[in-house]
Write a protein of this length. Structure first.
Length: 151
C-alpha cells in the first residue's frame, strides 16, 4: 500500500490528509498546522482500546477505498475550515492492523482562538465515521471478528 499525503491550499488555509499503513507520527502534522499567527491547536487521537463492552479486543483492522476516502477527507476538512474558522487541518488515518494502544486516527486543527478547533474535532469524527469510505473490523481475543458500522 502506498501512503497518500495530499497537502492542499484553500486560500490561505491548509489541509493535509493521509491514509497510511504504519504507526502515526504526530510531529509532521504538528509542524503542518503550526502557524505563528494562530493561538490555538487542538488534537484528537483515536486509539485501539482493549475492551469493547464485555469482549476483549485483540486488534482493529481498517480497509478503505483510498481514492474516494482521500477525497472525502479533503472535503470534510475544507468544510470544517469554513464552518469553524480554522487555518489548518491535518487528518491521518491508519489502514491495516492497529494493535491495542496504537492510534487509528489523528486529527489536528489550528485557528486564531480555541473555540473553532475544539468544536471542529467532534464534528469531524462524527462525519468521518458516518460518511468516509473507511471500514473497521474488530478482532476479539476469542478468535471472533466483526465489521463495525456507524450507528
Amino acid at each position: 500500500m502506498t501512503p497518500e499525503s495530499n497537502p492542499i491550499l484553500i486560500g490561505s488555509q491548509r489541509v493535509r490528509v493521509e491514509l497510511i499503513d504504519r504507526p502515526i507520527d504526530r510531529r509532521p502534522l504538528s509542524d503542518f498546522i503550526r502557524d505563528p499567527d494562530t493561538g490555538a491547536q487542538a488534537w484528537f487521537e483515536g486509539v485501539t482500546r482493549r475492551m469493547t463492552g464485555s469482549q476483549q479486543t485483540d486488534r482493529l483492522e481498517y480497509e478503505a477505498f483510498t481514492p474516494m476516502a482521500t477525497r472525502q477527507l479533503q472535503e470534510l476538512a475544507a468544510q470544517a475550515m469554513d464552518a469553524f474558522s480554522l487555518t489548518a487541518v491535518a487528518i491521518t488515518h491508519r489502514l491495516g492492523v492497529v494493535p491495542i494502544g496504537e492510534a487509528s486516527i489523528l486529527i489536528g486543527c489550528s485557528a486564531a482562538h480555541r473555540k473553532g478547533p475544539l468544536a471542529a474535532l467532534p464534528w469531524l469524527m462524527d462525519q468521518i465515521k458516518a460518511d468516509v469510505a473507511i471500514w473497521k473490523r474488530e478482532h476479539f481475543a476469542g478468535g471472533q471478528s466483526q465489521w463495525v458500522h456507524p450507528q
